[in-house]
Write a protein that binds this ligand. Sequence first.
Ligand SMILES: Cc1cc2nc3c(=O)[nH]c(=O)nc-3n(C[C@H](O)[C@H](O)[C@H](O)COP(=O)(O)O)c2cc1C
Length: 512
Amino acid sequence: MPDYLKRAVEAPREAVWLALKAGEAPRIVSVGGEKPTEAAAFALPPIYPEWLGDRAFLAAHGARFPYVVGEMARGIATPRMVIEAVRAGCLGFYGSAGLPLDEIRRGIGEIRSALSADQIAWGANLIHSPQEPGQEAAVVDLFLKEGVRRVSASAFMRLTPDVVRYTALGLERGADGSITRRNHVFAKVSRAEVAEPFMSPAPEKMLRDLVAAGKISEAQAELASKVSVAADITAESDSGGHTDNRPATVLYTSLSAARARAAARHGLDENAIRIGLAGGLATPASVAAAFQLGAAYVLTGSVNQCTVESGLSEAGRKLLAKAGPADVAMAPAADMFEQGVEVQVLKRGTLFAMRGKKFQGFYRSGASYETMADTDRKWVDDVLGEPFEAAWSATRGYIQKVNPAEAARAEKDGNKRLALVARRYLFQGAQWAREGDPKRTADYQIWCGPAMGAFNEWAAGTPLEPAEARTVRQIALNLLEGAARFTRAGQLRASGIPVPAQLFAFAPRIFN
Ligand SMILES: Cc1cc2nc3c(=O)[nH]c(=O)nc-3n(C[C@H](O)[C@H](O)[C@H](O)COP(=O)(O)O)c2cc1C
């Protein structure tokens, strides 16, 4: 392989000088430095990781890199993870979903006190919670009070007044007449029909109702009718946790078309709606590909769960570090077990997915514990680690507090009792994994996508192989630097230079 070709890929920040003669293939003359004397020489410009995404994203959010460390529920994306993401030049979202308000407040306080006033590239998660009326409004109130300026809104199937309120309250008319945002909504979506309302201005009726309720002003409603609800749309393809398992390429293209439609319908500037990509991003190749698709930013999830900043136990992180790309499975979701909703979890080293599915099978067949075959009853008791009756008694106490109507139904319905006990088991699986309970390894519920295995394969035999070396900063910088090199290799290839496969590679290293 020619030495200069290797140098051209390994130094993406240098211009590459090519010579082009009529009838001949282009050839590299030099890497970096001044223009060579050859008359027909032209330059491939430098490539910086900072430039791979949308520069307006960096300006809007005060980030150096178009890279987001995604929210992970119940504090798995810890305040510390967010702080380290911001310090590395990325944007970080706190995993506030599923946490009590007091804990969210504490987490926000920890982030704010560790960062300076100009380190603004952080936010928290607003998760749609239809089963908990009032929760969304309370979380939005808290975010507004605590000055959380960036919110990743996820699991929404349609717009809700609280999301619109958050956006509208941050809208202002600048001196030049343009509309500026102080509150930024990132809408995390995996379907075009869910994305379009976020890419459009809030519905007139919702704005009117918010004004009538005194929640936003007339002026804010007027501004909100002229801009999209969200300026950042995160396309969530096949990922850890809740996922529609969409391929990234298909989803990104579909959302781009949705953006064009929404912008045309409402007379908006398409450039004011950025689409970032999430799901399966864990190697330089995948990150470079996301930017080539046109992604304004990339967002990683699974790979950050195995870092030292993660809220997952050391035992859980060690399991993640051993996963291959196929070591994941869909398993029933604890909160929507009866509806058949599933989440993507780690399969290797735990029996959670298999056990969860078996519970799901019993429930779907209409079974009750009381009418099951003895062997099945034994299986249930063994998995629960206690007699079903004891598990039901603990479950009943909880459900009577949070949902008395459901508890009353379960008293009369054995199939419902089985579902509620299964839900408690599934929920505990996540808790055991977070706490690292050594007696419950087989029941660990760890949300994880194929990205984790792809990362492990890439990191094998490198300084990022040991679990203790994995930090959000090292992972982000390696992915971004690698993506810049892949982009350079592609740039050379598209210029007519033959580029060997070995140059589409980048081994992880430790950055200072
Ligand atoms: C453990 C874990 C917990 C997650 N929790 C949430 C959450 O609470 N809210 C949310 O919007 N996304 C959540 N996600 C999704 C991530 O924010 C991110 O979008 C996704 O992981 C990206 O795909 P990847 O897993 O392939 O990297 C979670 C992902 C993981 C792995």
